[in-house]
Design a protein around this ligand. Structure first.
Ligand SMILES: [Zn+2]
Length: 140
């Protein structure tokens, strides 16, 4: 095997290993479950059922995704370094997808319950994470 190719494989392996390690560290204490529970109470009258919510390290341009079928939410690890009010917006955004799959008026109506939604949207666009890049996995 050419040396160059071997180095590429090793680099790839290192990146994957680092990502996995970071993911494990970020999710160790299940920090998002508690936050989501609080946001559920406050913005959804505690009605949402979320099976799991965790940081993902394989989403570079997306801020999060929501799988409606199994009620799981994944948010970008980049959010762990952003202000709490921005992170909360993303969690609320993904939680709203459990109710409304598409970015229609009904969806934004739910999201706007969060007082800082518009500011957070601007923040995310500025750092290159924006809902235009979001992939809603379970959309019909
Ligand atoms: Zn969305």
């Amino acid at each position: 095997m050419p040396r160059e190719r071997l180095e590429k494989i090793i680099d790839n392996f290192k990146v994957r290993f680092e990502r996995r390690k970071l993911k494990e560290e970020l999710n160790k204490m299940r920090p998002l479950a508690e936050i989501a529970a609080k946001l559920n109470e406050r913005y959804f009258s505690g009605k949402l059922k979320i099976n799991s919510i965790e940081y993902a390290t394989d989403q570079n341009s997306r801020f999060g995704c929501c799988n409606r079928r199994d009620a799981t939410i994944r948010v970008s690890h980049r959010l762990s370094r952003m202000p709490e009010w921005v992170r909360n917006y993303v969690i609320i955004h993904e939680m709203a997808h459990l109710v409304e799959p598409n970015h229609g008026p009904a969806f934004w109506n739910i999201v706007s319950r969060y007082e800082l939604a518009e500011r957070a949207k601007g923040y995310l666009i500025a750092v290159g994470l924006d809902s235009e890049n979001e992939q809603d996995l379970e959309n019909p």
